[in-house]
Write a protein that binds this ligand. Structure first.
Ligand code: SF4
Length: 270
């Protein structure tokens, strides 16, 4: 009989995470993402396949280079065994497991199996997603998770396409589709210079979200701090073009005020 239990391509599992949802969490990083954001810090999460990365190690004072595989196929039971190791911390801190990436919705069967295992055992789940997925995939995941960490970038489709390579249609439609019986939603907006950090674009986002406010638990603004391109090169990938300087604190405070004045529970995220 063929093995019908889906395996997931995972590039990292981090325990004791405190930035990926409430409480202490285990974050599972799915490999593969439909977007190509020009500020992506996780290039190892982009391609839906195993990759070789060049690592450096110093041995006896000499620099040595070696190759390592990024991405490994895991069964749901194998991942769940790791998740359950920290159950006591989840219970004490109100934490759980977060599925991140990459884009977890790109591996819908594996994700769903994980969500159902967690649900059965009472482990809280969050999905960190751009919402760029077919409606039926999104709806099933939203039904089975406790929380969505929903990454929203801009309402302007032309700008979205030029900086991520994809339309924002699915992202906006799927967010609108969540009804009042749906999971808790935290909107995460990366604040990227030269892309969406201006007041006009953020005001548009704020207006779009105002119509959905009743569904939202919080809005997080995540300032971009620049990044190293080394990881791209070590993966044999072309680094994106530079974004310019990170936004200063005064500008960020102004953006936080914009959302707060519109009645959002807003905070600066890390
Ligand atoms: S959605 Fe996230 S993982 Fe995908 S390319 Fe953009 S920043 Fe990277």
């Amino acid at each position: 009989m063929p093995d019908t239990i889906p395996k997931g391509l995972i590039f990292d599992i981090r325990r004791y995470s405190v930035h990926d949802g409430p409480g202490i969490r285990t974050t599972v990083f799915f490999k593969g993402c439909p977007l190509r954001c020009s500020w992506c810090h996780n290039p190892e999460g982009i391609l839906p396949e195993e990759q070789l990365i060049t690592r450096t190690r110093s041995i006896d004072g000499r620099k040595r280079f070696f190759k390592e595989t990024v991405g490994e196929w895991w069964s749901p039971a194998e991942v769940f065994d790791i998740v359950l190791k920290d159950r006591v911390f989840y219970e004490e801190s109100g934490g759980g497991v977060t599925f991140s990436g990459g884009e977890p919705l790109m591996q819908p069967e594996f994700l769903n199996k994980m969500l159902l295992l967690c649900k059965k055992e009472g482990v809280h789940t969050a999905i960190d997603t751009s919402g760029h997925a077919p409606a039926h995939v999104f709806a099933r995941a939203a039904k089975n998770t406790g929380m969505l960490l929903y990454d929203l970038k801009t309402t302007d489709n032309t700008i979205h396409k030029s900086f991520t390579g994809r339309s924002n249609d699915l992202t906006l439609k799927n967010l609108r589709s969540i009804d009042k019986t749906g999971p808790a939603v935290i909107i995460r907006i990366p604040v990227i210079p030269g892309f969406n950090s201006g007041f006009d674009g953020m005001s548009d986002l704020c207006r779009f979200l105002t119509r959905l406010k009743a569904k939202l638990k919080r809005v997080d603004l995540l300032p971009w701090h620049g990044m190293g391109y080394e990881k791209y090169r070590n993966l044999g990938m072309t680094p994106p073009t530079s974004q310019g300087n990170a936004v200063d604190n005064e500008h960020l405070d102004g953006l936080l005020e914009l959302f707060a004045k519109s009645g959002f529970n807003v905070k600066k995220g890390g």
